[in-house]
Design a binder for this molecule. Structure first.
Ligand SMILES: O=C(O)CCC(=O)C(=O)O
Ligand SMILES: [Fe+2]
Length: 256
């Protein structure tokens, strides 16, 4: 544990929180690592809507939007898990591995890193749905969870990740079939099911990290002023090959 990038945190309490609340807080990336991730993002192409043929560098976002004929809400990097050394370091971190194994009660399987921007735009409603800006639950494995790291400052009302405390154990049951169906929930439905203090907007400076079992009801808020850069590391029991960021480099094409 002395080798961890995260220093001393009460790891047993962290996992306990994750079990009870569905999320646990208090991780902080070292400044140098956070900056390295931002620098990686500034030097490599990201891909609008996670489409391999929609690559652009950050400075060319207006041109990319003109080509696509719409505002870009989300753009993701491909092959960052293998190409970005800072992500490689995080994947070896003993504290993150301990949390993953303890929470999953199994040898943890790392199933994917995802590094993406969310931009402050007047997004199309279909893009807000597609990119998880409406409340939902992720159902990715029998047991799984994600680490999230903000790489830009995230202020209230401006692109935060929002989750409902404890909702991994008590999903909303509003319609017949809600026990089994995976669907999007409106804000009104979530407010109807949960007390206001359970609906938590997670804000924090660049470097803020937390873990969440995204079986909890959650969503990303569409930013209003500042773009948000986020790194997500996902751990599960099994790797179904659906969550990684690997794409054949010959398939990657730029649009701007
Ligand atoms: O962008 C966020 O904060 C949430 C993303 C999300 O929930 C998802 O991709 O499933
Ligand atoms: Fe999600």
């Amino acid at each position: 544990m002395d080798q961890s990038l995260f220093g001393q945190i009460d790891r047993t309490a962290f996992v306990q929180r994750l079990r009870e609340d569905g999320a646990a807080f208090g991780l902080r990336l070292p400044q140098a690592l956070s900056s390295e991730l931002v620098e990686y993002a500034s030097k490599h192409a990201c891909f609008a809507d996670r489409q391999v043929d929609c690559g652009f560098h950050l400075g060319a976002r207006p041109g990319a939007e003109s080509k696509l004929g719409k505002p870009i809400l989300v753009a993701q990097y491909f092959n960052a898990a293998t190409q970005c050394p800072a992500i490689g370091l995080l994947l070896q971190d003993p504290l993150l591995q301990w949390i993953a194994g303890t929470y999953l009660e199994s040898v943890p399987t790392f199933v994917g890193a995802n590094l993406w921007w969310t931009f402050p735009v007047q997004a199309l409603e279909e893009d807000r749905d597609r990119h998880a800006h409406l409340f939902h639950r992720d159902v990715d494995d029998f047991r799984f969870f994600k680490f999230f790291f903000y790489l830009t400052d995230v202020k209230a009302g401006d692109g935060a990740h929002v989750y409902v405390v404890g909702s991994h154990r008590r999903p909303p049951m509003l319609r017949l079939g809600d026990r089994w169906n995976i669907r999007r929930y409106s804000d009104a439905e979530v407010r109807e099911c949960f007390a206001p203090d359970r609906i938590v907007e997670i804000c924090g400076a660049a470097g803020t990290g937390f873990a969440e079992n995204t079986l909890c009801v959650h969503k990303g808020l569409t930013p209003i002023r500042e773009p948000r850069l986020l790194l997500q590391l996902q751990y599960a029991l099994f790797d179904y090959g659906a969550m990684h960021d690997r794409r054949d480099s010959s398939a990657l094409q730029m649009i701007a």
